[in-house]
Design a binder for this molecule. Sequence first.
Ligand SMILES: [Zn+2]
Length: 206
Amino acid sequence: MEFSSKLLENAVYEMSQLPGVGKRTALRLVLHLLKQPASQTGRLTHALNTLREEIKFCRNCHNISDLSLCEICSNPKRDNGLICVVEDIRDVMAIENTSQYNGLYHVLGGKISPMEGIGPQDLTIRSLVEKVKSGEVRELIFAMSSTMEGDTTNFYIYRQIQDEGVKTSTIARGIAVGDELEYADEITLGRSILHRIPFETSLKAD
Ligand SMILES: [Zn+2]
């Protein structure tokens, strides 16, 4: 792609670093932004800058939050003995949308994937295990996507806490293997949380 302007080229290059955005799309987006009033572009860059500078991760569940303790963890009406283990904030949002879950979450920040060089130490597993060992947790619900990486992650955590006397379950999903939680419809996902099965049962089924 030949550019007559270095400024344009730089903007297109940075835009094309976003996932799913090729050079052509990047050019279209940048030209679109150029047609907008400067105030519009200013609001966009301001929103992104303040997001980067001010965003926090909840000290309890590691979810993205505006405060050091997120709204879910600080809600006294939530059941803090019930912890749903998820990969990221998109799963929290999907499960919250079902209105069928009243416990807390633990956001791992990814899943164990040797292929991508992601090991247990790159995730928030240690803090989850400590939480379980502290005795505050009654039940752990594994709600990772049922991919090989998701299963590996669940099993790794299970092995760390299996002697702690905590109930472990996994969401009984009408969701095909490999589907991500965020794409499951709310009714199916809500039902699968209500009808969750003991984690050991899911191991025997394999
Ligand atoms: Zn939280």
